[in-house]
Design a protein around this ligand. Structure first.
Ligand code: ADP
Length: 368
């Protein structure tokens, strides 16, 4: 079998156009992090996050173009936000109020899953962590605060609308044993949403306060990507027990993860640690791992920043296919090594929540 080369792939990608820009995706310089391993190909396309849905067909076309090269066994192309993307929202007015614990009274702990930029796999990670927590026996809800591009309905395989309204609280949707609320249930996916900072907050407050969440051990909040003012005010206004930062190795190299960490520190929310996503390339055929970018940066970066390294998840086509088809890997492949990795991360988060609670409730014992 002939070896597939990077040059052949680039040549194939030159035939794929970004229609809005009238140029091919190689000339536009958006291809990054290419890895070719025994006919299995992975790469990222760096785009403006506002164009994510418009670029999905281009991503598809790129995969198909590469797939046609003789000798190619699999192709995984992911859309990721280019690094100089502006924050997609405007500033929220300063809000001096401290977190209102009564916002969701039945919920014991709220944990934010955040990222320095879009496309790093934040929602995929949030969903699989939530399912990992549920698999460990906890009562879990997940709130899609990424209201610029709500992807939870699709990832959780839920369609339809929540019932309630007219003065009554909305019932959250539910699948795989966890409760889910997303702006995506209330607004059709293709509606352009121009949210300003204050509107983000009021939409979120509604999704917390006006939804019948019931008793939950943990609520995972899938944050909007980035570290702009809306994210800052969200971290300030929601009574978070802690935050988890999802990063790719490139993202770490470019220090985007650090911005996320600093944002939470600014509002005194404990950062539980960093998850390195798309950490290495797992060959879909032989399972062999190939390091991409500068894998392992998260561990060092976490150490330098004085936070924990929670785990690493590879770039694997099965993770993409399962999350994009509404059957996340923790549900569809409960015994896979990736599921074990997600569950181990979920366990670490739970330990940190339990430790925090103990600290709050422990009486002060004075030895005389
Ligand atoms: P974000 O929330 O950061 O914008 P998503 O979770 O929506 O990112 O992921 C972006 C795309 O990358 C999705 O198509 C998702 O299925 C895919 N993806 C996420 N993590 C992985 C991974 N570890 N391996 C392969 N594909 C992944």
């Amino acid at each position: 079998m002939s070896q597939v080369t990077e040059e052949q792939i680039i040549e194939a990608l030159r035939r794929v156009n970004d229609p809005a820009k009238g140029q091919d995706i190689v000339s536009l310089g958006i291809i990054s992090g290419m890895v070719v391993k025994d006919g299995n190909v992975g790469f990222a396309m760096e785009i403006d996050p506002a164009r994510a849905s418009e670029m999905e067909p281009v991503r598809n076309a790129a995969e198909q173009a590469v797939d046609q090269i003789p000798g190619v066994l699999s192709v995984t192309a992911v859309l990721t936000a280019h690094n100089d993307s502006p924050a997609p929202q405007q500033a929220a007015p300063p809000d001096q109020q401290r977190p209102q614990r009564e916002l969701v009274p039945g919920v014991k702990h709220i944990v934010a899953v955040a990222s320095g930029k879009g496309g790093v796999g934040k929602s995929t990670t949030a969903v699989n962590i939530a399912l990992g927590l549920a698999a460990a026996g906890h009562r879990v809800g997940i709130l899609d605060a990424d209201i610029y591009g709500p992807s939870l309905p699709r990832m959780m395989g839920i369609t339809g609308r929540p019932e309630g309204g007219d003065g009554k609280k909305l019932s959250p949707m539910e699948n795989y044993g966890i409760k889910v609320m997303s702006m995506g249930f209330l607004v059709p996916e293709d509606t352009p949403m121009i949210w300003r900072g204050p509107m983000v907050m009021s939409a979120l407050q509604q999704m917390m306060r006006d939804v019948e969440w019931g008793e939950l051990d943990v609520m995972i909040v899938d944050m909007p990507p980035g570290t702009g003012d809306a994210q800052l005010s969200l971290s300030q206004d929601v009574p978070l027990a802690g935050a988890v930062i999802v990063s790719t190795p490139q993202d770490i190299a470019l220090l985007d993860a650090r911005k996320g960490l600093n944002m939470f520190r600014k509002v005194e929310v404990p950062v539980f640690g960093i998850v390195e996503n798309m950490s290495y390339f797992a060959c879909p055929h032989c399972g062999e791992r190939t390091d991409i970018f500068s894998h392992g940066g998260a561990r060092t970066e976490a150490e330098e920043l004085g936070t924990d390294f929670l785990g690493e998840i590879p770039l694997d086509i099965q993770i993409r296919e399962t999350s994009d088809s509404g059957e996340p890997i923790v549900i569809s492949q409960p015994d896979s090594p990736h599921t074990k990795a997600y569950r181990a991360i979920a366990d670490k988060i739970w330990d940190k929540l339990a430790a925090g609670e103990q600290q709050r409730t422990m009486p002060n014992i004075v030895m005389q």
